[in-house]
Design a binder for this molecule. Structure first.
Ligand code: SF4
Length: 344
């Protein structure tokens, strides 16, 4: 029988588990402490819960943590972790150490439905939504878990397409009974699924990163089919209803493709469409993937683009490329692992 993961349950749900098994409700709070504060691996480690009650828990439940099955380490210190999901699929998380912060890039789905032209994960197609336990397990189970300072939901999948499990994971990450993370250290990225973005903005205080990649509708549509259902213009209209002038941030992700979206015309239009939104723009180098005839813009064009936007009032940075030697494009490592497991 497949056991149910305890990780990923809120404190109220853990209290309900306790009472269902005829334990006092406060045992639920003790379980939350063991899972989220003491970060245990097995129910048997819950030493302030009686042996009999631990046995009862063990019959139906498990902690639900999975260790990475493979690690690729870059010369620059970036580490890509591969996790096997319950359905024998693979997901990736990337640990990025920097001077003043250690960030984990977290996955939210196996594969992705959105089929963006430049994305290896998109080429895998959709596999499954990760459960809240599978999302949290990535954060808890890497060797550097205790050193993490920031989380970005920019790994495999469109996080807002898995909204219930994302919100559950964010609640546990930010709750006092959970990990107690500040929402200001968590950024969720989206390609702009407007109705779900609205719910995300209304129910959490985490930062938002929106993938734009072109200010022109037709050109964006060629890169991102989602543009048809949720045009960038409508996304920006929705964002203008929210306040990003204080602690909460909205940023726009812009992968720079040679000859496609890196001209002065694009920079001018970016300034025009982002007018009045308190935001920043992150310019990203494109990491080549098989089967996509796209090239990254050169350094000179990226600097020009950054300076144009900055000089016109939009804080813009060029994101450092990390882990180029370990299949930096998101989805590359899991695709290879998937192909390998088919052959074996
Ligand atoms: S870029 Fe994001 S939304 Fe687009 S296919 Fe890749 S994972 Fe999905």
């Amino acid at each position: 029988m497949t056991k149910i993961a305890l990780i990923g349950k809120t404190v109220d749900e853990l209290k309900a588990v306790a009472t269902e098994l005829n334990m006092p409700s406060f045992t639920g709070k003790q379980i939350a402490d063991w899972l989220y504060k003491k970060r245990i691996f097995s129910i048997d480690e819950m030493s302030n819960i009686s042996v009999g009650n631990r046995q009862k828990l063990n019959e139906l439940y498990e902690v639900g943590r999975t260790l990475p099955s493979h690690t690729a380490e870059s010369v620059d210190g970036t580490k890509k972790y591969l996790f096997k999901t319950v359905d024998n699929n693979f997901i990736e998380s990337v640990y990025i150490p920097e001077d003043d912060r250690n960030t984990l890039c977290v996955s939210s789905q196996v594969g992705c439905k959105m089929n963006c032209l430049f994305c290896m994960t998109g080429k895998q197609g959709f596999g499954a939504h990760l459960t809240a336990a599978e999302i949290l397990s990535q954060i808890l189970s890497i060797p550097e878990a205790e050193k993490l300072t920031n989380l970005v939901f920019m790994g495999m999948g469109e996080p807002l397409d898995n909204l219930p499990n994302l919100l559950r994971a964010l609640e546990i990450l930010t709750a006092d009974y959970g990990y107690g993370w500040s929402p200001r250290r968590i950024t969720v990225s989206t390609i702009g699924v407007i109705p779900k973005m609205k719910i995300f903005l209304e129910t959490t205080n985490c930062h938002l990163a929106v993938s734009l990649h072109s200010p022109f509708a037709e050109e964006r549509l060629k890169l991102m089919p989602i543009q048809k259902a949720y045009p960038a213009e409508e996304i920006l209209k929705e964002l203008r209803k929210h306040d990003f002038s204080h602690q909460r941030r909205v940023s726009f992700e812009y992968i720079m493709f040679d000859g496609l979206n890196d001209s002065l015309r694009h920079a001018v239009e970016m300034v025009r469409i982002l007018k009045g939104i308190d935001c920043r723009v992150n310019l990203i180098r494109f990491h080549a993937i098989p089967g996509a005839d796209l090239k990254t813009s050169n350094e000179e064009k990226m600097i020009f683009f950054r300076d144009y936007l900055t000089n016109n009032g939009i804080t813009t940075t060029i994101r450092k490329s990390r882990g180029e030697d370990i299949f930096a494009a998101c989805g590359m490592l899991s695709t290879m692992e998937k192909q390998k497991s088919k052959v074996e």
